[in-house]
Design a binder for this molecule. Structure first.
Ligand code: PMP
Length: 403
């Protein structure tokens, strides 16, 4: 057959892939060793407790190697689900049965399973403007209609949500509202308590389930913890968490907590993805976590990230004050910049990488509706502390050359 002419026919859902394609192409460029990258949201590998992970791995393989290397239950390793239920009680004061927990291959699989179970082509999904770009990708793959709700320095605006819900009406309410209440990706902002209550009340009133993404919530550097939405509305919130920021993303594990019927359906969806998340990984994480490893890792990681955040904020103040505005995150990995009016963040990013050897993520992929040219996301988690001042100085040169 003529190779030139032969081509598979792609599904219509791939038409929405151009955003993800552009982002992955740019992220690949940021891996050049001469580039100081504020782009990827990777944990600092210095926070991993490698010796203890090694001990746990050895213990699991030497005592339960046969099971650890085999397939496991679709819902996840039962002891790990019990550990998760205990953490949900300690961290969130939410009481859960292991039946209400499904272990997933990262938070992103949890989101994909929820989308598979809840969305059909054309279903309405509500997200923040801005919001996590991979979540937008998942919703696009589901061919959902994505509607955006404004986010400001106190998180998603309940008034904007109310206007949208009133406009949609009660006949066919949105299938879900996706929210990252604490230290949001990309903006770093936290939804305050009053807004948490109002958003929960609105969603309960209109019958819209909330998908709460808790990815960064354990990494708080200042201020008092706030109740999760799951705590405020246990029956209406589908809660997603990940081991990526509290253990390590390489293990690819997370979980979803929801009512037992929905968890059963999500487990059926998982039969079409990977049937079970890594059995070895789950046993290693359980061994490590049940010996206090995760608590210790969080305790040790917080001052590391706080120092990096403070260094970045200090340099922004010193070098960019008056030219750009930025958010002050109380935790998590991200600072969100508002660039000078009229900026084109995608073009600036190309110049930043090519001419100034500095990278960030342009604002546009975080908006479902094509906005975002005046924003940029900076991540401070992975970069070495000693590179932050030079990185901001390079950003300053990019902005000085603008226009
Ligand atoms: N949610 C948010 C907001 C994130 O930033 C991330 C990771 N970048 C995830 C979920 C999912 O991460 P993972 O699939 O590694 O668990």
């Amino acid at each position: 057959m003529d190779k030139e002419k032969w081509a598979v026919r792609l599904a219509r859902r791939t038409e929405g892939f151009h955003v993800a394609r552009a982002v992955t192409q740019v992220l690949a460029l940021t891996e050049r060793p001469d580039v100081i990258s504020f782009a990827g949201g990777l944990p600092d590998p210095g926070t991993f407790l490698l010796d203890r992970v090694e001990e746990s791995t050895h213990r699991v393989l030497s005592t339960r190697g046969g099971e650890a290397l085999n397939y496991g239950p679709t819902r996840g390793y039962l002891h790990l689900r019990h550990w998760i239920a205990e953490q949900m009680r300690d961290w969130e004061r939410v009481e859960l049965d292991p039946d209400e927990i499904l272990v997933t291959s990262g938070g992103i699989e949890a989101l994909s399973l929820v989308a598979m179970a809840l969305l059909e082509p054309g279903s309405t999904v509500l997200v923040g403007a801005p919001s996590y770009l991979a979540a937008l990708h998942v919703f696009r793959c589901s061919q959902a209609e994505i509607l955006s709700v404004e986010v400001d320095s106190r998180g998603m605006k309940p008034d904007a949500l109310q206007d949208l819900l009133e406009g949609i009406g009660r006949g066919d309410p949105p299938r879900l509202l996706y929210l990252i209440p604490s230290f949001q990706n990309p903006s770093g902002v936290t939804l305050d308590l009053e807004r948490r209550r109002r958003i929960v009340a609105l969603c309960a009133d209109y019958g819209v389930p909330i998908v709460e993404d808790h990815a960064y919530a354990n990494l708080r550097y200042q201020g008092a913890p706030l109740p999760s939405l799951k705590r405020l509305w246990p029956e209406g919130v589908i809660f997603i968490h990940t081991f990526s920021k509290i253990f390590a993303p390489g293990v690819r594990l997370g979980w979803v907590a929801a009512g037992p019927d929905l968890v059963s359906t999500l487990a059926l969806c998982k039969i079409g993805t990977d049937q079970c998340s890594s059995t070895l990984g789950q046993r290693v994480v359980h061994d490590f976590a049940s010996r206090g490893g995760i608590d210790e890792q969080i305790r040790r990681a917080i001052p590391v990230y706080r120092r990096k955040r403070d260094a970045l904020l200090a340099e922004l103040n010193r070098q960019l004050s008056g030219r750009v505005e930025w958010t002050v995150p109380e935790g998590g990995f991200y600072v969100w910049l508002r660039l000078p009016p009229g900026s084109n963040s995608e073009q600036l990013l190309r110049e930043a990488i090519e001419a100034h050897r500095v990278a960030f993520v342009a604002g546009t992929p975080f908006f479902a509706d094509g906005r975002g040219q005046e924003f940029a996301r900076l991540s401070f988690s992975f970069l070495r502390e000693e590179d932050i001042a030079e990185g901001v100085s390079r950003l300053s040169s990019v902005l000085a050359n603008q226009g």
